[in-house]
Ligand binder design. Sequence first.
Ligand code: HAM
Length: 423
Amino acid sequence: MQKLPGFRDFYPNECAFRNYIFGTWRRVARNYGFQEYDGPTLEPTDLYRKKSGEELKTQLFRFNDPGERDVCMRPEMTPTLARLVAARERDFRKPIKWFSIAPFFRFEKAQRGRLREFYQINCDLIGDASPAADAELLALTVALFRAFGLTQSDFYVRLNNRELWARFLADRGLPPERLSEFLAVIDKLERDEESTTAKKLGAFGLSLGELKEFLATPTDQLPGFEELFRELRLRELEPFIQVDLTIVRGLDYYTGLVFEVFDRSRQNRALAGGGRYDGLIKTISDGAIDLPAAGFAIGDVVLGNLIEEIDHARARLEAHRRAARLQAFVIVAAEERRAEALKLVEQLRSQGYATDYSLHPMKVGKQFQQAEASGAQYALVIGQEWPLLKLKRLADRVEETVSLPELFQKLGLPPAYVPHPYL
Ligand code: HAM
């Protein structure tokens, strides 16, 4: 039986990689003062009807549940978050700074960087409409990539404000109702042939030349970015960020700032996307709650590809893998010492050393093979000389005989040990 296209199995290696990504994301988001939340994977289809954007609506995993409700596997977090905040707005101090790490589902053509089930970290800041809030989100975006060892020569943020295009249309006498239709043309600019774009622009009475001229506006002549960039400069983030008028985002709810993250080689699809959506909470709460909001999401698929492609990011992953391996593999060299060996195994584990051993009596050579295969740092050999034991560092096979107190000294402190709540 095959798995469905665009879905993944996570064998231990892939699971470890995923945990590395999630763990790093979680650490950085908390570091920026964001709190974790989650919502249901299944939502009423109505939640996405209002504002999610045309393309996303064609990609829904949508069905009737056994109770005849029209439901969807969530394709994104933002409408769910808007619903959560609108429902209990008064319970939370503003600004709300929340993050979530969760799976999402989109019926896309499965291809490099795009799957049908993927994970995102979503980070959103609600209740503050200032450029300071935007800068905080951009700072977190950058930090979430740097934490994997990626640098300004590996990735960058392309940023824009949809209001610039709203003004562009207004200056040419076009009605604001046509903005979303127009932004769809800009969104496809990079992928469409010039002739196709020219034809689409024709429907607005606009020419390609006119568009190109506007696209070439020098950044310092574009209004609205001054405060944001002052903040970004103070945080030394300017080298990561580039204004780019072609970034408009495919989702309908964005109102101002929009941005996407790309790798510098541009060999990959977008790594992240986000922006300001000041009207979404109001729409979702049918006008009851009006709160400004902004946020972004990073996907795990393209990021994972990039970490594997870029040497210094892969090196950091390998270092993490080494730190996360077993510390000890206990080898029972004399069967009559099994009781002591088991006791030591449990003692090591309870002190936070990841420890394993052979469940059944086995030749010493076989147990060593298991120890090697387990990736453990040390083999601890328990034999006749107990309470002395042999400590063997498996990487270079250096071996010494130690007493129990010496053993714990040699092992050093266990890595970031969190005790069981019942200990
Ligand atoms: P989005 O641009 O649709 O934005 O998705 C954000 C990121 O999720 C993408 O840049 C990509 O890395 C990843 N992603 C999207 N679709 C797929 C896919 N089919 N396979 C693999 N990865 C994918 C949003 O979802 C907005 N809700 C983000 C947001 C949060 N805006 C405000 N707050």
